[in-house]
Design a binder for this molecule. Sequence first.
Ligand SMILES: *Cc1c(COP(=O)(O)O)cnc(C)c1O
Length: 223
Amino acid sequence: MEAIKENIQAVLADLPQHVRLVAVSKFHPKEAIEAAYSAGHRIFGESRVQELQEKKPILPDDIEWHFIGHLQPNKVKYIAPYVSLIHAMDSEKLLREIDKQGKKVGRRIPCLLQVHVAKEETKFGFLPDELKHILSSCDWKSLSYAKISGMMCMATFTDDEEQIRQEFKTANSLFEEIKKAYFAEDADFCIKSWGMSDDYHIAIEEGSNMIRVGTRIFGARQY
Ligand SMILES: *Cc1c(COP(=O)(O)O)cnc(C)c1O
């Protein structure tokens, strides 16, 4: 657990000021989170609702929990009372459910448009055209409890750094385009969540201001 403290300090040490770190603690025990917490960190990311529900009550209250995984609409209700940011909003149905559950608990819940820029078939998210379509056609502006606050993406799992860079570039220019077209007056639309353990340096060079790092902090996950 001592290593976790050193690892997170090392990641934070060379992070530009405008970039926030989400420490991805999925599959790691409470003690691992406590180690990072004792280094002063407060933002943690989980990707399974049940795991988050188990961890939340046994860890300090001032932790900002981010939900980073694929989220089924019928599970939003469990995390709506406390989740700080939902990274992977990938359907209109999910957006409406976040709004509905936010309204029930009286919380405005920030979420990010997950955009599919990777070459892989398996990744969730809106294709660029779908994104523009949903933003032009759906009444998202009237959903006052689901607050669209930026964009999230994952690059292809590959060693090809140039490909990864191109995918982040695509995400970044899409962000600028969407911002200009739909959120020009909205200062809250500002989060660019891309970059993980193996590619966060490239991500930051390509505009990211929120990185989601697990392995580099907590070590390999045991599934
Ligand atoms: C697991 C996960 C991460 C962290 O990945 P590492 O390679 O361990 O840093 C980041 N983002 C998402 C969406 C994840 O599911």
